[in-house]
Design a binder for this molecule. Structure first.
Ligand code: HEM
Length: 565
């Protein structure tokens, strides 16, 4: 009996040992083996798919080309890779997802313009879409379909070619105020340009003018600009390993929120964090823009917010969508317009012969006794060419804004382009291709004078505003404003490089640009010298008159991120 008891006891402990070993093995297989098998299967799929796609650097399992893509200005390397692989299209892998980078205008135009019925959607984006709750509610990220059409129609009611006429007066008046600001505070010229761009979209959006450089809305606009970098391929590992975005808050230490995203919502980082990680769906920035729009809807003058709230009853658009539509005026229109004007100022300091030619045209058509206005536009081809050349020479949206994606598998030049693949135009390479633009870094408005100098797939001769049906919704507004502002600035000033501490002119570098996807010149010194005493007097008189006319839009907002959270 005792022996039997011992035996059975021994068997029990053997069973126990056997059970715990197999359990351990099963756990090990589950925890290590299964993910390894899944990663291998996935990698085999990537390698097979890779054979059908345009060439590109060899991807690693799980990470793709994440470690090969430079974290600073990758567009320069994308162009070099395209030369190395002798193909205008290259494939880069963000984890197991391919992105196709087009480095040549004819290729990208074949896809995004000629096959626009297929290539007008957006890819699924993690950092730029899911993590900021924009995928289903922001026009910029919406897939091709009815919701996107509705958003685009609504946006065009504020910024489309039919809608922009009434904004001419506002843009002309704000340009005059800008010119006076540059005269009085030349060292703050960047901030003055930003105030100007922000004020125009704020009047259109909420019926409220931005008067001060440090206005709260302007500050928020500039902070939120960092959001555009969420789109740069290879910058955020979360695009390669999307599940990192879904980690609960207590696992922050595994994948801390990227610094750029923190800055994006600096004031309300905690709330922002919550919304990204399964917390309240409505981000505080959204709430802020909803509140700003509700406040705008009460403004005396007609504005976009007012019309959207009226439309809400008919189209049942959610508050979130109103917030994204109005905030896109800022997200789309401030940094882009400001960056273009700052590049124009740099070009005028560095290429004085072009400045002189434009001024000769202005003197002939307008004279020096009045400021140019919209009626002069047809008679100022050189000024128009300066605008186009600025947009080409140093395009702000250096990777073409947001990638497009096809709604079905497609084939092009023998390559497969799978449904949903991000297609990006490397504007850095496209706008500097010597075949279309000989001596591309030379600022030459003549490229656009009397028709295009070289063949190009569109009449405009550049793609600063993107491609096909997703082309920038604000293009008519931006072009109208850029013409008025650039004409007024050319009429008013001789632009010269600033002076150093010894009173000598500084040497300006036309390649010193920021590393953002919305690139702009690194800070530089410039002088704004009125062309004559008479011109200076007119600037001051016109600015005073313009400021009076803009009074209708004066007003303060009491709203801050803090008090809407
Ligand atoms: C110089 C000024 C501007 C430049 C260079 C610019 C550039 C771009 C680019 C490259 C795109 C992506 C196009 C594509 O996907 O093919 C875009 C889209 C967009 N832009 Fe602009 N933009 C400017 C001004 C504006 C302004 C003033 C607004 C609004 C007030 C605006 C609102 C938008 C919107 C809403 C989209 C998304 C279009 C869609 O997905 O349907 N932009 N912009």
């Amino acid at each position: 009996m005792g022996v039997l008891q011992n035996l059975s006891g021994a068997r029990g402990s053997m069973e126990l040992t056997f059970d715990s070993t197999s359990l351990l093995r099963a756990v090990l297989v589950g925890v290590i083996g299964l993910p390894v098998i899944l990663i291998l299967v996935d990698y085999i799929r990537v390698l097979r798919l890779r054979q059908k796609l345009p060439p590109g650097p060899f991807p690693l399992p799980l990470f793709g080309n994440f470690f090969q893509i430079p974290k600073v200005k990758p567009w320069i390397d994308f162009e070099k890779w395209s030369e190395y692989y002798k193909d205008p299209m290259i494939t880069i892998w963000q984890g197991h997802r391919p992105t196709i980078m087009c480095n040549d205008i004819w290729t990208i135009s074949d896809l995004l313009d000629k096959r626009a019925n297929i290539y007008s959607s957006r890819p699924h984006m993690i950092a730029m879409g899911d993590m900021i709750n924009a995928t289903d509610s922001n026009q910029v990220c919406l897939v091709y379909g009815d919701k996107w059409r509705l958003h685009r129609r609504l946006m065009h009611s504020a910024t489309g070619s039919q809608a922009i006429r009434p904004w001419r007066v506002i843009q002309a008046n704000e340009s005059k105020v800008l010119v006076r600001d540059l005269l009085d505070r030349p060292d703050d010229f960047v901030m003055s340009v930003e105030r100007y761009s922000c004020s125009i979209v704020s009047i259109i959006g909420w019926g409220r003018r931005i008067d001060k450089i440090n206005d709260y809305v302007a500050q928020m606009a500039l902070k939120s600009m960092e959001g555009v970098d969420l789109i740069i391929p290879g910058l955020f590992i979360v695009e390669s390993i999307p599940f990192l975005a879904k980690l609960p808050k207590w696992l922050d230490w595994i994948y801390p929120m990227p610094g750029k995203m923190k800055n994006f919502a600096k004031h309300m980082q905690r709330q922002f964090w919550n919304s990204c990680r399964g917390g309240p769906r409505l981000m505080v920035t959204r709430r802020y823009f909803v509140a700003l729009s509700k406040e705008g809807a009460q403004a005396p003058e007609d504005n976009f917010a007012k019309r959207l709230f009226k439309e809400q009853e008919q189209s049942h658009i959610a508050d979130e969508e109103i917030s994204s539509l109005t905030s896109n005026l800022i997200g789309g229109g401030v940094d882009t317009t400001s960056g273009t004007i700052i590049s124009f100022i740099l070009a005028m300091c560095v290429f004085p012969d072009k400045l002189k030619k434009a001024q000769e045209e202005l003197d002939q058509v307008v004279g020096q006794d009045r400021v140019p206005d919209w009626s002069d536009e047809p008679s100022l081809p050189y000024v128009k060419a300066v605008v186009n050349e600025t947009l080409r020479w140093r395009t702000v949206t250096i990777l073409g804004g947001i990638p497009h994606a096809p709604i079905q598998d497609d084939e092009y030049r023998g390559y497969l382009i799978p449904k949903g693949t991000p297609i990006t135009g490397n504007v850095w390479a496209i706008h500097r291709h010597p075949r279309e633009f000989p001596e591309p870094d030379n600022f030459r408005p003549e490229r656009y004078l009397g028709g295009l100098e070289r063949p190009y797939p569109n009449k405009q001769g550049h793609n600063a505003f993107g491609w096909g049906r997703r082309q920038c919704s604000g293009q008519p507004l931006a072009e109208q404003g850029l013409f008025l502002t650039i004409a007024t600035l050319l009429w008013a000033f001789d632009f010269k490089p600033g002076l150093d501490e010894n009173g000598k002119e500084v040497k300006l570098n036309i390649f010193a640009y920021t590393k953002s996807e919305n690139m702009r010149p690194e800070p530089f010194k410039a002088r704004f010298i009125p062309r004559s005493k008479g011109v200076e007097n007119i600037i001051r008189q016109e600015a005073t008159r313009a400021r009076k006319e803009l009074c209708a839009y004066d007003g303060e907002t009491r709203l801050t991120m803090e008090n809407v959270s």
